[in-house]
Design a protein around this ligand. Sequence first.
Ligand code: SF4
Length: 350
Amino acid sequence: MKHDKALRTAAELVEAGLLPAGRLAAAEAVARKYAIAVTSTVAGLIDRDDPDDPIARQFVPDLAELSVTPEERADPIGDQTHSPLEGIVHRYPDRVLLKAVHVCPVYCRFCFRREMVGPEGLGTLSPEAMDRAIGYIADHPEIWEVILTGGDPLVLSARRLEDMMRRLAAIAHVKVVRFHTRVPVVEPERVDGSLIAALKASGKTTYVALHANHPRELTEAARAAAGRLVDAGIVMLSQSVLLRGVNDDVEVLAALFRGFVEARVKPYYLHHPDLAPGTAHFRVSIAEGQALVKALRGRVSGLCQPTYVLDIPGGYGKAPLAAANVRDEDGACMVTDWRGREHVYPPVGE
Ligand code: SF4
């Protein structure tokens, strides 16, 4: 299979015209902490004449990433709290995350797992760790759904994906396998016949959740890649992160969710940005997010409405941010989790 040659250093970004030379030293300092990867597809989407380009903002490193605020945390959604063994996160009874790989085709500057992903991150599960993870799933009959995330599972070879699906298919109580990926958008040529075949297993239902945040990411090639997956009988969902300077605008969100629906990808989640280190410049307040989602309600079809959710910091799971789940207390938000417990969410800093 042909692989995209991604730009992986600050110097390569300068050479490609994606980063002003004056920001090289700052970007190199960021790169010592967090990985860089910009595929040629993504590089081609960036408007080099726009200093505020919403695609560049997602992938080109910024000095602001080195400013960590007190409320930020290395494991913002509490994966480690719910990890009974390497590669598994078991937060809710009926489903697990299987983190097979911690590598991605691109590295998002706002990534909620930025301390774990990248070439220097946790890597790919060893065959022994994968055996133990599959064994855990087999030993827990309450597990109905396995969610492949990471990292981006679609960077694995078709052979490895097929092997993993074959092993999951042998577990009778697992009915649904879901892949979370950015590949159809950032490296659409990777979605070929062998990869699609590898995602399917007899007797199991495969879902693919596609991560994109701006309508310009939904190119013809990305829509065609999604179309190939849907034509093969795979159900597609979207997930997006609400990001300041990228999509904190009702027209942009409307175009994004309409684009997904047109591509046969059902809008699923709009995530409130997580408290990942060095991402304060991306965060909007919950009140801003609620106002945007409310404005979207009147503007676009119900088909185009995702659920606006917060992963409650600390690993308490997702809470829909509809007004009924959130109340104000001294400037902070009190958010109710799925068990009815309340948690404090800090105000956005000045
Ligand atoms: S693709 Fe997902 S896991 Fe990878 S850097 Fe982006 S947000 Fe993080």
